[in-house]
Structures are given as structure tokens and as C-alpha cells.
Design a protein around this ligand. Structure first.
Ligand code: GLC
Length: 533
């Protein structure tokens, strides 16, 4: 399948130019790795958070599990789309048993106009009650005085950027992934949740707040049957992020008293939640198209978490939708559809997409001539977020001759009828956008692995590969999230991307990317056992 099928050479070139905006050269990848490490170092040294470097949040988790841990813990997990509660029984032999309950978070509570933290956390507490009632009724039946003496320990996986000052305190820096409850920003989310649990008279005490990536790292360390160390836990789902163990001496911003206390107990490392979604918020390195700018302008956290907005599941479908609209405006696809008046209202920016310095010049909708004998688009084509990343994964694997799966997906998601050529082009767009995402992901992975020095290699200040004193080990990267798990070819392209980094073909083979199921459940349960008071 190739664009050669497009007869008009001008048109073909225009499409190729649009697709080429998503290309990333090897040079860019390598510069990205060096810059990523620099942003990690800045984040480890600066006490105050800034959008200019990675947040690098100390997790206060200092023990990496080895599979021998035992006991029952409760974990509440607020990730992207869902709120989940689980009780995990660790068997001490790398295995565990788990009961769980999951509910999609109501969008009015999540980002509605009147969303408040009080209502939101009260809602979470109601879910905890439901879960206990279903799976651990015993606790609800104990007398109040028994329980206040001995409440169930729960860890709270809260996968948003927080300023964490101890194992059980974290003030929200900002919401991401479509959440927007303004009054919670700047507050300690453990206090908010604990208050709601107490109000609901539930016998539960939150003992740790953690991030899904920290959980993924712990879960993989607990479950793995290999001798390899897990050097990174990463999520590629609705959002993207990674956590890794850093030497205490390198976490310069850590309160000296805390460091001294931990050192006196023999602690050497602490897990850092990088919040790499916020890599390069200043856009010094990240490839930027007008579609990325528009997606960013549609989000409630515009201007930040820009790396995430090029990689994760929440955004890929939206990028593709905007490219489809743009190609249509430039008469390159879907030529049997007109641009109706309603288009002007529904497009972001009131009709014309913001200008970028990309090679494509977008025609303002207001100047665009009507075409005769054309149909109107369904409103879905203009509806933000109407094309999901799950839709893209179906397009990506479509290998039927007429691209009939793609035809169906576009009909279902956007209510458009397409020609074979339209579909061919849209499939190419899908491929370009997802390839870019996976290659960017490999920058983050390579940078963290090189920062740890675990494979026996690190980068010098001028970006050259140098040997470290560490052992020359094979390392594991535990990954979780729908994109890396289910998006066709995503993991393969990450591996391809790793070969293009400074690690090259030879050293990138020392990194095993392992699907680490359920970090935010099992990993969170492990958190209740992985810190020093
Ligand atoms: C977003 C959150 C981060 C989380 C990631 C994956 O980037 O800010 O905390 O780990 O999504 O869920």
C-alpha cells in the first residue's frame, strides 16, 4: 500500500510533507536522551518545582521488593479513567491473590463546572465502602473502638503530579489527563481522602501515597522470576510516566535531616517519580506540529505535560482527528464532504487553527470556498476527542485489501464514508503519529537507564557514551498501560527506538521490556511495606 496510488503529484507531495512532520531523526533522538538526563538532574537539585525541568518527585519508598514479602493490604488507585480498589494478599513467593473493584469516574465529578474536592473524595469513599461490603464485610462489622485502634492500612495510588513531602503527604501540583477540580490544587490529597473516609466512618487509614509508575516498578520487582534488576517502572496508558531508584546522594533537594535519618538506617536509594510527561515543557527539543499545538490548547493543563501529549493514549486519537480535518480542508481527503457553517463554531480557535512554524500552511476555514455537490460532516468529526486511540489501534492492524476495518472504524467513530484512498491516507497518518509516540517513549527509557548506569554505561556531559563502575547487567523495565500492552507494534517500535539512541544495537539489547501487570494494585500494596518510618 503506497501513496503512489495518488495520481496528482502535488497532492501526493502535500500528504507526504504532512506525514513527514511526524518523523524523528536519529540525531533528534540522541539529543533528546542527553537533554532528558539534564532535565532529570535539574529536577533532582531544585527544591521548588518549575515547568522548566522534570518534577523528579521523591516517593519515600526505599525498599525494592524481592518476592518474599507477605501479608494483606488495601490499595486505592486513581489513575486516568477509572477508580479502583483492591485488596492484595502477597504470598511471599512472587505470587499474590487479589480482589478488586473498578468504576469509571463520573465526568461531572472529574472535571464538571462545579466539581469540588469534597464531593469527589466523598464519592471515592463511597466506592471503598462498597468494596469492603462486598469483599471484607468483617471489617465493617467490627466495633468502632476496635477499628480505630487497628484500622486497615491502605495505600493510595494517585497518578498525578504531587509535591510529596513524606510517605503519606502529597500536595497536588496540577491535574493532568482531563481532570480539573480546581480547589484540590495545592492541597494534601491524603488529608482530603482520609477526611472523606472518616466522614463515611470507614475503618481505613491511608499509610502511603504513591504513583502508578512507582507501583509498576515495585510490582515487577516482586513478580519477576529472573535475576535481572528492575531499573524502571513506566506507564504508557491514558498518560505516560516513569519511576526509578536513584541514589540518595544524587537527590540533592532531599531535606538533609531526612537523608541523614535514612542513611543511618542503611538506606542507599529512593524511588523517584520523574513525571516525565512534563519533559521539555519549553519545547526546546520536542517535535511540534500545529496538531500538537491545537491538542494542547484543548486541554485543561495547556502549556505543560507536552511530552505526554505526544505519546499517550489520551491524545493520539485526537492528533489524528486534527490531521484528518486539516487534510480535508486542504482538499486532500474526503472530498465529497463540504465544510458547513457549523465547522466555524466547532473548531478550536473559532475557525482557524493557530499558526505554527511547520511547513504546512493551514488555510483559515473562513476563507475556504464551499464545494458543490458535497455532503455535510457529522458533528462527530468536529467533536474533540471523538477518535480514540483504541480506534487507531484497529486501523493500525488493518491489512484487508480494501481496508474494510478502517472503513468501519471511521464510520463508527466519526460517521464518515471514506474512499479507499481516504483510508489509505488516514492509515498512514495513524502510523506516523503512533510511530512518533513510541520513538519518543524510547528516549525516556534510554535516558533513565543511562542515568542509573546499571547497564555499565552512562552519558558524559557532552552526550558521549561512557563506561561506569557498575556491573554490566541485563536490566528489566516493567511497563504497564493500554498503549504499550495493546497498541499494535508499540513495544516493537520502542525497541527499535532504543537502538537509535546512544545505546545502539549492541547495548540496547541489555534492556528487557516486560509487561508488568497491575502495578497500581500489587505495587501499591507493596508500598505499605517499602518505607522506613
Ligand atoms: C500522568 C500523571 C502521572 C502518571 C501518568 C500515568 O502523567 O501526571 O502521575 O503516572 O499520567 O498514569
Amino acid at each position: 500500500m503506497s501513496l503512489e496510488e495518488i495520481d496528482d503529484i502535488q497532492e501526493r507531495r502535500a500528504i507526504e510533507r504532512t506525514l513527514a512532520q511526524f518523523d524523528i531523526s536519529q540525531e533528534t533522538i540522541q539529543k533528546g536522551v542527553a537533554y532528558f538526563i539534564k532535565q532529570m538532574e535539574e529536577g533532582l537539585s531544585n527544591e521548588t518545582y518549575s515547568n522548566d525541568f522534570l518534577p523528579m518527585i521523591p516517593s519515600f519508598i526505599t525498599h525494592i521488593p524481592d518476592g518474599s514479602e507477605t501479608g494483606l493490604s488495601l490499595a486505592a488507585d486513581l489513575g486516568g479513567t477509572n477508580f479502583r480498589i483492591c485488596s492484595v494478599n502477597l504470598n511471599g513467593d512472587h505470587t499474590f491473590d487479589m480482589e478488586q473493584f473498578k468504576r469509571k469516574v463520573d465526568t461531572t465529578l472529574m472535571n464538571g463546572e462545579d466539581a469540588t474536592s469534597e464531593e469527589f473524595f466523598a464519592y471515592l469513599a463511597r466506592q471503598v465502602r462498597y468494596f469492603l461490603n462486598k469483599h471484607h464485610k468483617f471489617y465493617l462489622e467490627k466495633s468502632e473502638s476496635d477499628l480505630s485502634k487497628n484500622p486497615i492500612k491502605m495505600s493510595f495510588t494517585f497518578s498525578f503530579p504531587i509535591n510529596q513531602t513524606s510517605i503519606d503527604k502529597g500536595t497536588l501540583i496540577r491535574w493532568t489527563k482531563g481532570y480539573n477540580i480546581p480547589d484540590a490544587v495545592g492541597k494534601d490529597v491524603v488529608t482530603l481522602f482520609q477526611y472523606a473516609l472518616d466522614e463515611a466512618k470507614l475503618p481505613v487509614k491511608i499509610v502511603a501515597i504513591t504513583n502508578d509508575t512507582v507501583g509498576t516498578l515495585l510490582a515487577n520487582s516482586y513478580s519477576t522470576l529472573t535475576q535481572s534488576k528492575t531499573v524502571l517502572g513506566a506507564i504508557f496508558g491514558t498518560g505516560t510516566n516513569g519511576a526509578y531508584p536513584e541514589k540518595l546522594e544524587n537527590i540533592k533537594k532531599l531535606d538533609p535531616k531526612i537523608r541523614a535519618h535514612l542513611e543511618s538506617k542503611g538506606v542507599k536509594d529512593m524511588i523517584i517519580n520523574t513525571e516525565w510527561g512534563s519533559f521539555d515543557n519549553k519545547l526546546e527539543f520536542l517535535p511540534t506540529t500545529i496538531y500538537d499545538e491545537t491538542v494542547d490548547s484543548e486541554t485543561s493543563n495547556a502549556g505543560v505535560h507536552l511530552f505526554e501529549k505526544r505519546i499517550s493514549g489520551m491524545f493520539l486519537g485526537e492528533i489524528v482527528r486534527l490531521v484528518i480535518l486539516d487534510l480535508h480542508r486542504r482538499k486532500l481527503i474526503l472530498n465529497n464532504y463540504e465544510l458547513g457553517e457549523d465547522t466555524l463554531k466547532n473548531m478550536s480557535g473559532g475557525g482557524s487553527i493557530r499558526k505554527s512554524d511547520s511547513s504546512t500552511t493551514l488555510i483559515s476555514l473562513t476563507n475556504y470556498p464551499r464545494r458543490p455537490n458535497t455532503k455535510r460532516f457529522s458533528h462527530l468529526v468536529y467533536t474533540e476527542w471523538s477518535l480514540s486511540t483504541e480506534n487507531l489501534s484497529r486501523i493500525q492492524v488493518d491489512d484487508s485489501t480494501e481496508l474494510s476495518v478502517t472503513e468501519l472504524v471511521l464510520e463508527e467513530a466519526l460517521h464518515i464514508n471514506t474512499t479507499y484512498l481516504d483510508r489509505l491516507i488516514i492509515k498512514k497518518v495513524t502510523n506516523a503519529v503512533s510511530q512518533r509516540a513510541a520513538l519518543l517513549a524510547s528516549i525516556a527509557i534510554a535516558a533513565v537507564v543511562l542515568k542509573t548506569g546499571r547497564t555499565g554505561l552512562t552519558l558524559s556531559d557532552d552526550g558521549q557514551l561512557v563506561q561506569t563502575k557498575h556491573n554490566d547487567e541485563i536490566v528489566e523495565v516493567g511497563v504497564d498501560g493500554a498503549v504499550v500492552e495493546f497498541y499494535p507494534g508499540f513495544r516493537k517500535t520502542i525497541i527499535k527506538g532504543l537502538k537509535l539512541t546512544q545505546l545502539g544495537e549492541q547495548y540496547s539489547s541489555k534492556i528487557e521490556i516486560v509487561i508488568a501487570k497491575d502495578g497500581s494494585g500489587v505495587g501499591a500494596a507493596l508500598c505499605t511495606k517499602s518505607y522506613i518510618e
